[in-house]
Design a binder for this molecule. Structure first.
Ligand code: ADP
Ligand code: MG
Length: 292
């Protein structure tokens, strides 16, 4: 392609809200054979809601939600917002807490009314020596439905399984089909539960899933998706995605995402949906083949 046709392609993309921040991204995008997508906030809305609360014997719903939400009020994770919103909706007032700790990729803990409260993934419970017992079964059933199961423990005893679900963006199914139509292999990278991620990937027809990835493992995971000589594109929206956006051959940020992600990207999708990336690849393929 000539410099002029690249300018024309970049301009055409800008008109439909796809901003190429680096000139060579148009060319590299056209050579991409694999596209990896972050799940939360990229494939999904990034605004989960609480869907299920399964209590251990002797536990009261209001009491569990009160303590768990009091802890989550101190976390910025979208899961935390879902739990706090559920408590607020029920008009539950939240007590003050002490000694809050956030364990990235695992969950959170704090002291509430002299009791130690833990909320997070199964791996947090295993790490803290909490026995999952019969709750492991409940958790897998929820995950099979594409919901994210969380465990809450009070003083080392399992108190509840809480599920949250994050709706898939309305345009995502169409975007995945179109990416396949353009000849790309589609992968998903997420910190979420393996079974949950597989359920969502299956619903969307995604070819490959890597789940339960810790934030520091995202770049290594991304690099493991490289096949043959084809280029690798990555789409993400969060602070945690910035290193992967920089490491990919083409990093594509969702324009409604965090500034850190946008800064690290080569291409920015002004609209919050994945049809923008389909348009970007389509334009890059047409430009490089000089099709008008
Ligand atoms: P992702 O961005 O893909 O959701 P994270 O690394 O942020 O990945 O989180 C991975 C998992 O860690 C979550 O699915 C959840 O199980 C657990 N987790 C993280 N933060 C919290 C929190 N504030 N409350 C409960 N669980 C959490
Ligand atoms: Mg995300």
């Amino acid at each position: 392609a000539t410099p002029t046709s690249i300018m024309v392609g970049t301009g055409r993309a800008a008109e439909i809200g796809v901003l190429f921040r680096k000139g060579d991204a148009l060319q590299i995008l056209q050579e991409s054979s694999v596209i990896a997508l972050d799940k939360t906030g990229t494939l999904t809305a990034g605004r989960p809601a609480l869907t299920d609360l399964i209590l251990a014997d002797e536990m009261q719903e209001e009491d569990v939600l009160r303590m768990v939400a009091a802890v989550e009020r101190n976390s910025e994770h979208p899961i935390a917002e879902a739990i706090v919103a559920a408590a607020e909706k029920r008009g539950i007032s939240l007590p003050k807490i002490g000694a809050f700790t956030s364990i990235t990729g695992f969950g959170v803990k704090a002291t509430v009314e002299e009791r130690e409260v833990l909320i997070g993934a199964d791996r947090l419970m295993i790490r803290e020596g909490v026995d999952l017992g019969a709750f492991a079964g409940h958790s897998s059933v929820l995950a099979t439905k594409g919901k994210t199961p969380l465990f809450a423990a009070i003083n080392g005893e399992l108190a509840a399984v809480i599920a949250v679900a994050d709706p898939i963006k309305p345009t995502t199914p169409q975007a995945i089909k179109a990416l396949h139509g353009l000849g790309l292999k589609v992968a998903m990278i997420t910190g979420d539960n393996q079974v949950t991620a597989e359920a969502i990937a299956e619903e969307l027809g995604i070819d490959h899933v890597v789940a339960e990835v810790l934030p520091e493992g995202k770049v290594a995971t991304l690099n493991s998706l490289r096949v043959g000589g084809g280029k690798l594109a990555f789409v993400g929206d969060g602070i945690n995605d910035a290193p992967a956006l920089a490491a990919a051959d083409v990093g594509v940020a969702i324009g409604t995402g965090t500034d850190v992600a946008i800064e690290a990207a080569d291409v920015v999708l002004m609209s919050g949906d994945l049809l923008g990336v389909v348009n970007a690849i389509d334009i890059s393929q047409r430009t490089m083949r000089n099709i008008r």
